[in-house]
Design a protein around this ligand. Structure first.
Ligand code: XIL
Length: 345
């Protein structure tokens, strides 16, 4: 896959945070990654609570092994994620912060500085999701997350931690590409509008930011290609990069009862071909909408259907266990989706 593109084609993989899909020890996982991908994202181990479990105690061992494996195989790493409110990814000392807002913001800056500085020295960590999911899904008007974000609350009920994180990341590694990353911004909706407002504000005030990561945990039927393209175009028009950071295409949509209307209970050829078409259309929309100079790349969130996060996650997916969302089957064989992705490039 990577050979077909002039921009990074990546996959999220794990090291010591998943049962048997460890990139450092699983040779089947390695074979797929080394053959098809030029970039890796850590599924979990570069998140805050993994890297700084208690105040000032940085634990880089698993992440170092992960990044070193990539380096040994000429693979770059997209760092994920410096700041994310999601409950168990936030270190307890931050959740339980009882000091001042100014000191809390300094802790956020310190985390970003230490982590980015550490990985800059490796040489192959080329980009970062600096802040992940800071905007809520409000409709008709979306806003920054408030009470559900430790960062907002402990910063003195303020979104200032976002720009402070970007400034610290830029200062620590001026050559790293810095992204704001979120889900549901591919729908050209209130959340997209709020994000664009933030980007405009950052640009006006010279807050450093290079691009937007569109997570794109999408379905067969949703969102439409038209809305994906329209949302990406808004970022393109700001002169920023667009990166698809976490692509997967679940064949069942728990919000609409399945696809097409009925829950899929086996991955038939018909379903596989429809998924192939969907992957192709998404990649093609990216190619058509984002000019070459603004393409940050496309990453899938996992290699095989056996290691998708959708089997174990989450309340939002109603325990959906049959998503078959990725490019390879449980035995590491290509699915038609892989060809669909390639055809879109
Ligand atoms: C997921 C991981 O894949 C899971 O293993 C973990 O339990 C929860 O986080 N958006 C993101 C990713 O930005 O960090 C999430 O990763 C998936 C949704």
């Amino acid at each position: 896959l990577q050979a077909l593109a002039a921009f990074p084609i990546g996959a999220a993989v794990t090291n010591n945070d998943g049962p048997s899909f460890n990139i450092v020890t699983n040779t089947s996982e390695q074979a797929v990654v080394e053959k098809h991908f030029g970039e890796m994202t850590a599924g979990n181990i570069m998140k805050m609570s993994y890297l700084q479990p208690s105040n000032g105690n940085f634990t880089f061992t698993n992440a170092d092994t992960f990044v070193d494996y990539a380096k040994d195989n000429n693979i770059n790493v997209h760092g994920h994620a410096l700041v994310w409110h999601s409950d168990y990814q936030v270190p307890n000392f931050m959740k339980n912060w009882s000091g001042s807002a100014a000191d809390f913001i300094a802790e956020v800056e310190d985390h970003v500085t230490q982590v980015v500085t550490h990985f800059k020295a490796k040489g192959n960590v080329v980009s970062w999701d600096v802040v992940n999911e800071a905007i809520n899904d409000g409709s008709p008007v979306a806003n920054f997350r408030t009470t559900d974000s430790t960062f907002y609350v402990k910063s003195g009920n303020s979104s200032i931690y976002i720009e402070k994180a970007f400034q610290a990341a830029r200062a620590a590694d001026p050559s790293a590409i810095l992204y704001y990353n979120d889900y549901n911004i591919d729908q050209n909706n209130a959340k997209t509008t709020k994000m664009i407002e933030m980007l405009t504000d950052f640009q006006t005030r010279s807050i450093p930011i290079d691009g937007v990561g569109f997570q794109m945990h999408v379905f067969m039927d949703y969102p439409s290609i038209a809305s994906i393209s329209a949302a990406m175009k808004k970022v393109v028009d700001k002169g920023l990069k667009v990166k698809i950071t976490e692509l997967d295409v679940a064949v069942n949509n728990p919000y609409s009862g399945g696809w097409p209307g009925n829950k899929i209970t086996s991955f038939t050829n018909t379903v596989a071909l429809a998924q192939k078409k969907r992957y192709c259309e998404i990649v093609k929309a990216y190619m058509d909408t984002v000019p070459a100079a603004q393409r940050g790349g496309i990453s899938v969130w996992g290699t095989t259907d056996a290691n998708t996060w959708l089997t174990t996650a989450t309340a939002a997916y109603n325990g959906e266990a049959i998503a078959w969302p990725l490019l390879f089957d449980n035995n590491y064989n290509d699915k038609p989706a892989l060809r669909g992705f390639a055809d879109g490039l």
